[in-house]
Design a protein around this ligand. Structure first.
Ligand code: AMP
Length: 281
């Protein structure tokens, strides 16, 4: 696997591939890779001839009090994992390469980016939209793969790709979980042993609430019970537990269409997110 750090080097390689008629997939990440990320590379390999992964801890998607400086960075290990997964090219730029002096552009997506993580993390999805737009413009892939772990992010990306006529197919990949159901996340390394034990209540509670709602329970009371259960299990706070339209992310009070159940909760200082599909019976 080749590693490039500049836009010019990235373009040179992907342009050669494009001239050779090869189909190119992009898998953007922030590194500290786990099986969830590698499943995206696998999905990319199944659909394209060449896979480009990017590792970039994007400062523009972190709020002032968030974990930008302590976000786990382990590029050498990540490169080995990507190589083993059959990735062809790693783009790992510096912050200066992505945002040179004088950089002055922002992208803002309304609607799907509001509420849920958009409420708890102001400006987060603007930062995501900006970096993903740049990566798509740089690599010009045929397809780009994102995890349903960050379902709202996937909805935001689908929205601006359509709105801005970017001409790439966006593919969502299922959430990869630990044995106890906890969604894999680079941030799980922040958890102490005791916090990790509490964290396992997140997928369990989400599944229980999902089953209640799918079985016809009153949505508001199922959600209220879920919040109470998470706090009782040891979560410090629950940012949200909400039922939304699976496509538009519009809030739902009743299960009258294809829906998605979303949660964000804090254990200690670590914020965990998860989501599940909910289908009317
Ligand atoms: P991140 O490095 O956290 O920015 O994530 C990079 C990509 O990997 C995003 O598209 C995420 O949705 C995806 N991803 C992260 N964790 C998982 C997981 N547990 N299962 C599937 N995809 C994931």
């Amino acid at each position: 696997m080749k590693i490039v750090r500049t836009v010019a080097d990235l373009r040179e390689t992907v342009n050669d591939w494009r001239k050779a008629g090869l189909r190119i997939a992009l898998v953007p990440t922030m590194g500290a890779l786990h099986q969830g990320h590698l499943s995206l590379v696998e999905a990319a390999r199944a659909r394209a001839d060449r896979v480009v992964a990017s590792i970039f801890v994007n400062p523009k998607q972190f709020g002032v009090n968030e974990d930008l400086s302590r976000y786990p960075r382990q590029e050498a290990r990540d490169a080995e994992l990507l190589d083993g997964a059959g990735c062809h090219l790693l783009f790992a730029p510096t912050v200066e390469e992505m945002y040179p002096a004088g950089f002055a552009t922002s992208i803002s997506v309304t609607g799907v980016s509001e509420g849920l993580c958009g409420a708890a993390r102001p400006g987060h999805f603007d930062g995501v939209a900006l970096v993903v737009t740049k990566l798509l413009n740089m690599a010009r892939p045929d397809i780009a793969i994102f995890g349903e772990k960050d379902y709202q992010q996937l909805a935001v990306i689908r929205r601006f790709v359509e709105d801005l006529n970017i001409g790439v197919e966006i593919i969502g990949a299922p959430i990869v979980r630990e044995a106890d159901g906890l969604a894999m996340s680079s941030r799980n390394v922040y958890l102490s042993e005791a916090e990790r034990a509490i964290a396992s209540a997140l997928p369990k509670t989400l599944t229980r609430v999902r089953d209640q709602i799918a079985g016809g329970a009153d949505v508001a009371s199922a959600l209220a019970d879920g919040v109470r259960d998470l706090l009782a299990a040891g979560f410090a706070s629950v940012d949200y537990l909400e039922l939304r339209d699976a496509r538009t992310l519009e809030p739902l009070q009743t299960l009258d269409r294809e829906a998605r159940l979303f949660v964000a909760a804090r254990v200690g200082t670590t914020r965990l997110i998860d989501n599940l599909p909910v289908r009317p019976l």
